[in-house]
Design a protein around this ligand. Structure first.
Ligand SMILES: *[C@@H]1O[C@H](CO)[C@@H](O)[C@H](O)[C@H]1NC(C)=O
Ligand SMILES: *[C@@H]1O[C@H](CO)[C@@H](O)[C@H](O)[C@H]1NC(C)=O
Ligand SMILES: *[C@@H]1O[C@H](CO)[C@@H](O)[C@H](O)[C@H]1NC(C)=O
Ligand SMILES: *[C@@H]1O[C@H](CO)[C@@H](O)[C@H](O)[C@H]1NC(C)=O
Ligand SMILES: *[C@@H]1O[C@H](CO)[C@@H](O)[C@H](O)[C@H]1NC(C)=O
Ligand SMILES: *[C@@H]1O[C@H](CO)[C@@H](O)[C@H](O)[C@H]1NC(C)=O
Ligand SMILES: *[C@@H]1O[C@H](CO)[C@@H](O)[C@H](O)[C@H]1NC(C)=O
Length: 541
């Protein structure tokens, strides 16, 4: 974040591209996409952060357009990925958890990578792009070129070699393994580099996706990245480790990626419930977890650097567009929350940067959404505008004289499935493996320039949406006045929904939500019946 940027964007370098519209085939840019699991914008000095060490992403960002206020459409992996990879919002994909996927409702939709494939790009993927099997088989063959198979070594490195007790069950693991290929993200990197060399040798342009599993739990990284950080006692604590004042209990989740107990270096701790039961983690555990996350981000930074280095070696830096983003945010103890699966700012806000050869580097605080990534990359690469997508082409943001439109709001949603809606209850609150016809409630969240409003509504199983005709189950209104995105502690600490001074604002925000979710003919009609689901203990959500 450049402090002076205020409400305008800063263009530090401007090289006009000649002509408008679709480019000639040989002028189309290659595309390298980094999708980083669980990456919140607590990276790099550009986002105003000092604690996390990310030299490669810092350098990338110094050459990129930085979207300082970008939001996911649902703060959990599969629904978010189904959304931005299909270019449709969750209420269109009808995918809010780990049961459904967008192909059930959009068998003919053209996905993000498929769009490039259909424009004769060599389109290859590795790691976690789609959430495993959603859609099935990584959406092969539709989404990927058939000459090289999609590859993913998986999310969890099996063994942990560390000095601490706990071993393989510890959720934090600075690993002394001798070979980097021990780490699944590194094994995926090796295939990513092969894909890059393969695609580089072909005549067609390429579109390569590298989905990086870390910093997703467990915080398992090569020990050298852990060792870059100060002693654990010096890691900052969140300043408000409890629920925002007057927040409804539906706002919260009570598990850390499906786990209600975690092992940290051989000792077990119950995941805290921000509203009532289970004590917060002891400070040393909070610090250890935060350091584990940061060190995992530094490992991710190393992996990104390896790919960018290979692009350079191959001489493709100047004709390759690079885009990097997180699939959703993460809470590191702020508001007593751990992980994602809420509608809070920290769960929904993501880093989003585009390095586009021949175009400006800079930053903007315009509100944008992950659903915008697909049409934006298509436009920047020089392809015709894709049709029927929910997102917007953000490419006018590179051109000051184009007066890019600023969205009025960014929208996120999250269902809730407590056994009893009238009182807090531990259980499958985020609906991860509950059929969508059996949801209990949904939170619709609207982020405007200065406010976040969330309304929790009873679920209508017929229309598969929140019932705007019923009394809301909970309301939240948080001020973001003066929020430049840098301070992760200052905002959303007091719910103002019940403050009569804000009743007009509340009505306005409610209208925005209602117009967005209740008005555009969401008719589920003939939905396929859900497939059987295998429930696992600690799903890689
Ligand atoms: C893709 O390549 C085929 C065969 O060369 C060509 O006919 C077609 O026009 C190309 N499509 C696009 C969108 O460039
Ligand atoms: C807010 O107002 C609603 C409706 O009047 C009431 O049910 C609820 O308890 C209030 N919440 C707080 C935190 O005061
Ligand atoms: C945290 O402190 C407790 C109590 O002093 C100790 O038993 C535990 O080993 C510490 N854990 C870590 C990860 O520092
Ligand atoms: C890439 O572009 C930069 C900036 O325009 C230029 O300095 C550099 O020489 C170019 N590199 C190649 C390999 O063309
Ligand atoms: C920038 O926007 C102006 C006004 O819309 C337009 O005339 C110009 O062609 C644009 N430049 C580029 C490089 O797209
Ligand atoms: C939900 O909890 C309330 C309050 O404890 C109780 O009166 C009600 O019977 C419960 N409903 C169900 C369906 O369990
Ligand atoms: C759900 O929506 C349908 C269609 O609008 C309506 O007929 C029905 O009454 C709603 N159900 C509930 C419980 O509100």
């Amino acid at each position: 974040m450049i402090p002076e940027s205020g409400c305008t964007f800063v263009l530090s370098l401007m090289i006009a591209l000649s002509g408008v519209g679709a480019l000639e085939y040989d002028k189309r840019l290659n595309v390298a996409v980094f999708i980083v699991d669980d990456l919140r914008p607590e990276i790099t000095t550009r986002y105003g952060q000092k604690q996390v060490i990310t030299p490669n992403i810092d350098k990338l960002i110094s050459e990129s357009m930085v979207f300082e206020r970008a939001y996911c459409q649902q703060a959990t992996c599969s629904p978010s990925r189904n959304s931005f990879l299909s270019g449709r919002r969750p209420h269109k994909t009808k995918t809010w958890n780990f049961i459904n996927h967008f192909r059930e409702v959009g068998p003919d939709w053209v996905s993000f990578s498929q769009y490039f494939k259909e424009h004769n790009y060599t389109t290859l993927g590795v790691g976690k792009t789609y959430h495993g099997q959603k859609p099935p088989n990584e959406d092969q063959p539709l989404s990927w070129s058939e000459d090289r198979e999609y590859f993913d070594k998986g999310g969890k490195t099996k063994k942990c070699y560390m000095d601490f007790p706990g071993k393989d069950t510890s959720i934090v693991c600075p690993d002394k393994a001798k070979h980097l290929s021990h780490f699944t993200d590194y094994a995926n990197l090796e295939v990513m580099l092969e894909n890059l060399r393969y695609a580089n040798a072909r005549d067609s342009p390429f579109f390569l996706v590298y989905g990086i599993h870390k910093p997703h739990l467990p915080f398992h990284m090569p020990k050298e990245f852990w060792d870059e950080y100060p002693p654990t006692e010096e890691i900052d604590l969140p300043e408000h480790g409890h629920s925002p004042r007057d927040a409804p209990w539906l706002a919260h989740t009570y598990a850390m990626d499906g786990q209600r107990e975690i092992d940290v270096f051989g000792q077990t701790y119950k995941v805290p419930h921000p509203h009532s039961w289970n004590k917060p983690f002891p400070d040393n555990i909070t610090r250890t977890l935060r350091k584990g996350y940061y060190a995992s981000v530094s490992f991710v930074d190393f992996l990104v650097g390896e790919v960018l280095g290979e692009l350079d070696t191959l001489g493709r830096t100047n004709d390759t567009l690079v885009v990097l983003f997180g699939d959703h945010g993460w809470q590191l103890g702020e508001h007593g929350e751990w992980a994602k699966q809420t509608n809070f700012e920290l769960a929904t806000r993501v880093p989003l940067v585009f390095k586009v050869p021949g175009r400006a580097a800079g930053s903007t605080d315009a509100l944008v959404e992950l659903v915008d990534v697909y049409p934006t990359v298509a436009a920047l690469a020089g392809l015709d505008a894709p049709v029927d997508l929910d997102g917007e082409d953000l490419s006018p943001h590179w051109n000051e004289s184009a007066s890019p439109r600023r969205k009025e709001a960014a929208f996120s949603e999250f269902p809730r499935c407590p056994a009893n809606l009238t009182r807090p209850i531990q259980g499958n609150v985020p609906c991860s493996f509950t059929n969508r016809e059996e949801f209990k409630a949904i939170g619709y969240s609207v982020r405007t320039e200065d406010w976040r409003y969330t309304v929790w509504l009873p679920w209508n199983a017929t229309t598969l949406r929140g019932n705007f005709d019923s009394e809301p189950l909970g309301l939240e209104l948080y001020s973001h006045i003066g929020d430049d995105g840098v301070d992760f502690n200052l905002f959303e600490n007091v719910n103002k929904a019940n403050d009569s001074d804000y009743s007009d604002l509340l009505d306005t925000m409610h209208e925005l939500a209602k117009n967005h979710w209740d008005s555009d003919g969401i008719i589920p009609s003939e939905l396929p019946s859900p497939q059987p689901v295998k429930i696992v203990d600690s799903p890689n959500l």
